[in-house]
Design a protein around this ligand. Structure first.
Ligand code: ZN
Length: 282
């Protein structure tokens, strides 16, 4: 399982953008060892941040920012799109993990994320991502564990952002799954439907019928606004695995990350992506 970091992203940023404009090619990213020392400032009940421009920015500056399109090129059609070479590549993003490394365009990520009794959300998300990644690799998939900031030029067949919810109401519970509000692949909602079913079946958690605007407009989906975002042809989704602030949900998402991972893996194996080299998983 490869852990993707941002160590080289700054220097590679422009280069990666040029590559992005020329052709879809293999995923990039240097292997960075996990740092358990990564300290992310915590804030309660500020989950799944959507990074937006500051209201107080002078109009002149705001206009310039708005019209700077980070993805000016035409979006490839599904026929033109060249996914990464090799086995099916799954990007599992650990919500809020290493958010303190966020570049200026995503500076609002720093310090976000739920927290319960000294456990930061990113720790829970990371544990789930590791279990999910291990199960997927066993099935022949190629897996990247991604931090909160997506490296420019990153390529995968499928991307899932993993988060946990929080609320001031300890009775609030359940999971939600959302697709990007603008989906060039046309396939994200199909994956989301699958995941809603398999996650509920594997965990027994309640599904919340609503999704939030923050989920649908998740910053990593916004390739026009951010350089550190997914390629538009990445099939993407986001899951709020449960509420850290609810005892029942917590018992599952912290106590049984393997069940949580099973719920995610089942959706991925059922979803018809290009099969991994050596045969379809199922
Ligand atoms: Zn979150």
């Amino acid at each position: 399982m490869k852990t993707i970091g941002l160590a080289t992203a700054g220097a590679l940023g422009l280069f990666a953008l040029m590559r992005m404009a020329s052709a879809g090619d293999a995923a990039m990213g240097d292997k960075v060892e996990l740092s358990t020392a990564a300290v992310v400032p915590l804030a309660l009940a500020q989950d799944t941040p959507v990074v937006q421009q500051a209201r107080q920015v002078p109009p002149q500056q705001r206009r310039r920012w708005r019209y700077r399109n980070r993805y000016p090129g035409p979006i490839p059609t599904p026929e033109e799109w060249r996914p990464p070479e090799g086995p099916v590549r799954i990007g599992l993003q650990v919500g809020h993990w290493r958010a303190d490394e966020a570049p200026r365009e995503l500076s609002r990520l720093r310090g976000n994320g739920a927290n319960w009794n000294g456990t930061a959300e990113w720790e829970v998300n990371l544990e789930i991502a590791r279990h999910t990644g291990a199960m997927l690799e066993e099935l022949g998939y190629s897996v990247d564990i991604l931090p909160a900031v997506v490296p420019p030029g990153y390529r995968a067949h499928l991307f899932l952002a993993i988060h946990a919810d929080a609320s001031n109401d300890p009775g609030a519970r359940g999971y939600r799954v959302a697709a990007p509000s603008r989906d060039a692949t046309g396939r994200a909602s199909g994956f989301v439907d699958l995941l809603r079913r398999t996650y509920g079946a594997a965990t027994g958690l309640r599904r919340l019928p609503d999704t939030t605007r923050r989920m649908r407009n998740y910053y990593a989906f916004n390739f026009r606004r951010y350089e550190h975002a997914l390629h538009p042809m990445t099939i993407a989704a986001i899951i709020e695995t449960g509420f850290l602030t609810n005892a029942g949900d917590r018992e599952l998402i912290i106590g049984h990350p393997e069940s949580v991972a099973r719920g995610i893996v089942d959706a991925i194996t059922e979803f018809p992506i290009t099969p991994p080299r050596g045969g379809a998983p199922r």
